[in-house]
Design a protein around this ligand. Structure first.
Ligand code: KG4
Ligand code: ZN
Length: 355
């Protein structure tokens, strides 16, 4: 027997509670249709910064401390009661296992107590669904750029739940490269926003490798770029020569972003779509946002970008993907568990009744 009362899948504007705890942000949000009613985040990033990265045990404990309060605040600020929710959507992977388990266990208990369906959301699919919140009329097909800490790819969204990989990184993800280069420049974690700030005072004058520009189909590679930056800084340091960190940051940022913009726009033109979207933490980058906008404008493509705060980890995007799965009636059962890693190919496949 199902633990939930079967909802009307065609309901005009279902109310979805989203819960996210895959890394160091404990987040809860409520959406009605594609409208965000509330969006709450508590972060252990300040504690983590002291360690230069995320310590899984600290993240799990912080989630346990914060989650009940964050969910309560999301419900209150949305101006609804728990009974108004149509489904509870939660990130089940990928991410830190202990951290994910806090959100998954909480969501299971809540869904069970409320007799509402539980929806298992893949974190990356959440990043891809964030664009729907920005544009109520957005509809596939479109080409989308995924650029997060763990994945970087150019995708063709055939429907809301079917994707094709057009190209992807052959090694590091874009966000990973930002984080590693930031460390070399002595900037703190997470590196992306610090590189962006630092780059504002510099010019892209340091030579950078080509990163499969113009070649390699829609694939790209970040390891050569990362190594080039490390070598440049270390050589300067060994020779006791001064160099401008701002110029290095600016040159790296331009090289890392230009290839993404170029390949995304070429893929959109080849696929014959009229719309481009993007998602993932790196899409919060101002230089990327401006470059992609210019490139899309130049080719007459419509660009839908999630607001910056919905590019980095949040629960509204989890609720947005929850809505996609709600329409499909793809509900999880009480055996749902967390998954630390999910390959991109599996992420893009819609799995029925996730466990
Ligand atoms: O999507 P996300 O929040 O987490 C994952 O699901 O991986 O992405 C985190 C990544 C980090 O590598 C971070 O440095 C990068 O996104 N990031 C940025 C910016 N803000 C976050 N990269 C470049 N510029 C930014 N402003
Ligand atoms: Zn993320």
């Amino acid at each position: 027997m199902a633990y939930y009362v079967k909802p009307d899948l065609q309901k005009k504007e279902p109310i979805i509670l989203g819960i996210e705890s895959s890394c160091d942000e404990t987040a809860a949000a409520v959406i009605r249709g594609r409208m965000i009613l509330s969006d709450e985040i508590a972060s252990s990033a300040n504690i983590q910064a002291k360690f230069g990265g995320v310590v899984p045990e600290i993240a799990s404990r912080a989630h346990t401390d914060y989650i009940a309060d964050v969910v309560e605040r999301a419900i209150e600020k949305a101006g609804i009661t728990y009974a108004d929710i149509d489904a509870v959507a939660v990130t089940y992977g990928a991410g830190l296992l202990g951290a994910l388990l806090v959100g998954v266990s909480f969501a299971k208990a809540l869904a069970y107590a409320l007799k509402k369906p539980l929806i298992a959301v893949n974190h990356i699919r959440g990043h891809l669904a964030a664009a729907y919140l920005d544009e109520p009329t957005l509809k596939p097909p479109f080409v989308t750029l995924l650029a997060s800490g763990g994945h970087t790819a150019v995708l063709y969204a055939k429907t809301e739940a079917e994707f094709e990989i057009l190209g992807a990184t052959l090694d590091d993800a874009a966000g990973e490269a930002f984080d590693k280069v930031a460390r070399v420049l002595g900037l703190s974690y997470p590196g992306g926003p610090h590189i962006e700030n630092c780059a504002r005072d510099g010019k892209p004058v340091v030579p950078m490798p080509k990163m499969l520009k113009g070649g390699g189909g829609y694939n790209f590679s970040y390891s050569g770029l990362k190594t080039a930056v490390i070598n440049y800084c270390h050589t300067k340091e060994q020779k006791n020569e001064k160099y401008s960190k701002a110029d290095v940051a600016s040159s790296f940022q331009a090289a890392a972003v230009d290839v993404l913009v170029e390949k995304t726009v070429s893929a959109a033109l080849e696929k014959g779509v009229d719309t481009v979207t993007a998602g993932g933490g790196v899409v919060a980058n101002g230089y990327l946002r401006e470059s992609l906008q210019k490139a899309c404008d130049g080719k007459g493509l419509k660009l839908v970008l999630p607001e910056r705060r919905y590019c980095t980890d949040n629960a509204a995007m989890i609720a947005a993907e929850g809505l996609v799965q709600f329409r499909l009636g793809n509900f999880a059962d009480m055996a749902l568990t967390a998954k630390a890693s999910i390959p991109l190919s599996a992420t893009l496949r819609t799995v029925q009744n996730q466990k």
